[in-house]
Design a protein around this ligand. Structure first.
Ligand SMILES: C[S@@+](CC[C@H](N)C(=O)[O-])C[C@H]1O[C@@H](n2cnc3c(N)ncnc32)[C@H](O)[C@@H]1O
Length: 212
């Protein structure tokens, strides 16, 4: 189930700034060559990530779930001068594709790609994050959140993607492992006192959290 009708989705896309040539190239390449192209953020969510990043002007961004690099470049668009985005991807083949696109980007020297399991790598990257985007294994969301909530300073923004999980979170009998994990994550946030957060119905749902 998708929340936004195809017609509304197209209308929204047509009434937003068109994406850059490079983002279009990543989009087209992913849809032509990858077996899971739907994982890519796409033009509207991509522009949203870019806008959020431009509002914050982060010096340091952490992204988990690089995939083919689309969202990384969107996020990098808002980096402060000499800012740095660290992005973690577990699958070497995806990381290689992303790397080739980063090399074509004006943000090439502002993006550091890490290949491996984010659960192991996250604690080894010693930075003071301004903005974090989590878009990887859904069963890891609570762990990622707990770790980040303990380590980031007050004011940091954390974005979590796919929090509606194709509408499966609305079901009374949630079946899939990832859908259950997302539902548990959404409930988990309600028990945390030191954050302010809002769930938005952009694409598959994004929750924006700010640590207080
Ligand atoms: C939904 S895709 C990310 C899409 C991308 N953010 C975009 O918008 O174009 C999720 C990615 O997370 C990666 N991933 C899953 N579990 C991971 C983990 N534990 N550590 C690092 N990457 C992981 C997957 O290999 C996949 O490429």
């Amino acid at each position: 189930m998708e929340f936004i009708s195809q017609a509304a989705d197209l209308y929204v896309q047509e009434h937003s700034t068109a994406t850059s040539k490079l983002l279009q190239e990543i989009h087209d390449f992913t849809y032509q060559h990858h077996v899971e192209p739907h994982m890519l953020s796409g033009p509207v969510q991509g522009k949203f990530l870019s806008m959020v990043s431009r509002m914050i002007k982060p010096k340091r961004i952490l992204e988990i779930g690089t995939f083919t690099g689309y969202s990384s470049i969107c996020l990098a668009e808002g980096l402060a001068v000499n800012g740095l985005l660290h992005t973690i991807e577990m699958r070497e083949a995806d990381a290689e594709i992303a790397h080739s696109f980063f090399n074509k980007s004006e943000y090439k020297s502002n993006i550091q790609l890490h290949v491996g399991d984010a659960h192991q790598l996250i604690s080894s990257i010693n930075e003071d994050w301004d903005l974090v985007f989590i878009d990887a294994d859904k069963t890891g969301y609570i762990d990622y959140f707990n770790f980040l909530n303990e380590h980031v300073r007050a004011g940091t923004f954390l974005l979590f993607d796919n929090v509606l999980f194709h509408g499966e979170v609305l079901s009374e009998n949630i079946k899939g492992k990832s859908a259950k994990a997302i539902a548990a994550f959404n409930e988990h946030l309600k028990k945390i006192n030191n954050i302010d957060f809002v769930m938005l119905t952009i694409r598959d749902g994004i929750t924006i959290i700010q640590k207080k």
